[in-house]
Design a protein around this ligand. Structure first.
Ligand SMILES: Cc1cc2nc3c(=O)[nH]c(=O)nc-3n(C[C@H](O)[C@H](O)[C@H](O)COP(=O)(O)OP(=O)(O)OC[C@H]3O[C@@H](n4cnc5c(N)ncnc54)[C@H](O)[C@@H]3O)c2cc1C
Length: 385
């Protein structure tokens, strides 16, 4: 299929990684991105061993790992700061032979991916409005009035994917019941252990602290709320200081070091798992296929896995239609499980009934380390072939 043209719609983490993976196997790729330019926006990300495994296979793991920060421990605390559980990520990395948890600024990851693409691959300012699939190929129509013919279309156009909406109009995004603020600050408070990431579970709210490279820190905070609440949308740092006033230090120190203009706000939504990714010459990947809540830190990881599995399928099978079908078969069970598990973890983390919270906290304290080890094993055991 090296004589065929693959169009990827969407230049997010999924589309860019897939573009690199396909190019490195000799396929012709063009990425069409709606944004006029790709700015290094966003906050932080944690990537797990499954993403590292996929990045190694593509050949870009060193660049990504050098720019990120390896995290040695993951802690869950109650709002007073008592540790409910602690996962020794370093020991798990040694056990599974792969770095298991690292953080990176989204903008830094994007910059690496852009550098690794062949110049000219990404065309920005191209918002796809419609497409038409025939027996000979696909025509893509863009908002700027232009159209392009391609052999195959890979939709990496995110959770609100216009491609998916046309192919599966009945697919639905779901509001999780909690809204989220996040930011990156340039200075790690001295009370924070730079090699640990922690998540504090309060009453219907939580606060995550993720150290980044170069002494930066990424945090995100979730609170139970009605969807699209205009009051919460306009929250500033003083509002968050009040909301998280009963949380242990250094939560207030981190908020005080954040400017209100740095806040990124969004309601947390996912895509109710769909049963089909492949549609003839078109396939869905990344968030377009299986957007998840951020509770397991797996959305971008799965998009990176997709890039490798899809490229390997395209290399192995003689037609893209067959390759896309095999990709769907290989990916749907795993991605559905992660989306559903993450949904449940979010419900547990966001509990607001005091009795249920106390039961949950006791259960977490009593959970043996073998449980988190099992989850890590499931993630790193991903089959990429
Ligand atoms: C608060 C939060 C925290 C998260 N933390 C983590 C984490 O720690 N670890 C992790 O692995 N994941 C995390 N995720 C998930 C992760 O951000 C996503 O899963 C990942 O970015 C998906 O990548 P994607 O390329 O599939 O989609 P996107 O990043 O959404 O990219 C889609 C691209 O398509 C473009 N596009 C859309 N429509 C069109 C169109 N019509 N024409 C052309 N282009 C179009 C968009 O402009 C965009 O660039 C988090 C998500 C949230 C909300």
């Amino acid at each position: 299929m090296t004589n065929k043209q693959f169009a990827i719609v969407g230049g997010g983490i999924g589309g860019l990684t897939l573009g690199i993976a396909l190019q490195r196997k000799g396929f012709n790729v063009t990425i069409f991105e709606a944004a006029p330019t790709l700015k290094p926006l966003g906050a932080g990300l944690t990537l797990a061993g499954n993403a590292v495994k996929a990045l190694i296979e593509i050949g870009i793991a060193d660049q990504v790992l050098q720019t990120g920060k390896v995290l040695e421990a993951l802690l869950i605390k109650d709002e007073k700061g008592n540790i409910l559980t602690q996962t020794n990520a370093e020991a798990l990395s040694r056990k599974f032979g792969i770095i298991n948890s690292f953080s990176i600024h989204r903008g830094d990851l994007q910059a690496i991916l852009l550098r690794e693409l062949t110049p000219g691959t990404l065309i920005t300012g191209k918002r796809l409005l419609d497409f038409n699939q025939t027996s000979s190929g696909i025509t893509l129509s863009f908002e700027d009035g232009t159209s392009v013919s391609t052999d195959y279309l890979i939709a990496c156009d995110g959770i609100h994917s216009p491609v998916r909406k046309k192919l599966i109009p009945q697919a639905k995004t779901r509001y999780s019941g909690y809204t989220c603020w996040r930011a990156v600050i340039d200075e790690l408070p001295s009370s924070i252990n730079a090699s640990e990431t922690s998540e504090t579970w309060g009453k219907g709210s939580r606060f995550d602290i993720v150290p980044l490279a170069h002494n930066k820190l990424y945090w995100f905070a979730c609170v139970n709320a009605a969807q699209n609440d205009p009051a919460l949308r306009s929250y500033k740092i003083p509002d968050l200081l009040t909301y998280f006033g009963n949380y242990h230090r250094p939560v207030s120190d981190i908020l005080k070091k954040t400017q209100s203009e740095q806040l990124i706000w969004s309601d947390i939504i996912d895509l109710k798992p769909i049963k089909k990714f492949a549609f003839g010459k078109i396939v869905l990947a990344g968030d377009a296929a299986h957007a998840t809540t951020p509770n397991m830190g797996q959305g971008a990881c799965m998009a990176i896995e997709d890039a490798v599995v899809l490229t390997n399928c395209i290399e192995e099978y003689s037609t893209a239609e067959e390759a896309f079908q095999k990709f769907e078969e290989k990916r749907i069970t795993r991605t559905t499980k992660i989306v559903n598990d993450s949904w449940v973890i979010g419900k547990v983390a966001q509990l607001e009934n005091s009795l249920l919270m106390a039961l949950r906290n006791t259960a977490i304290r009593l959970t043996p380390p073998s449980v988190s080890e099992k989850q890590v094993k499931f993630l790193v055991d991903v089959s990429l072939s």
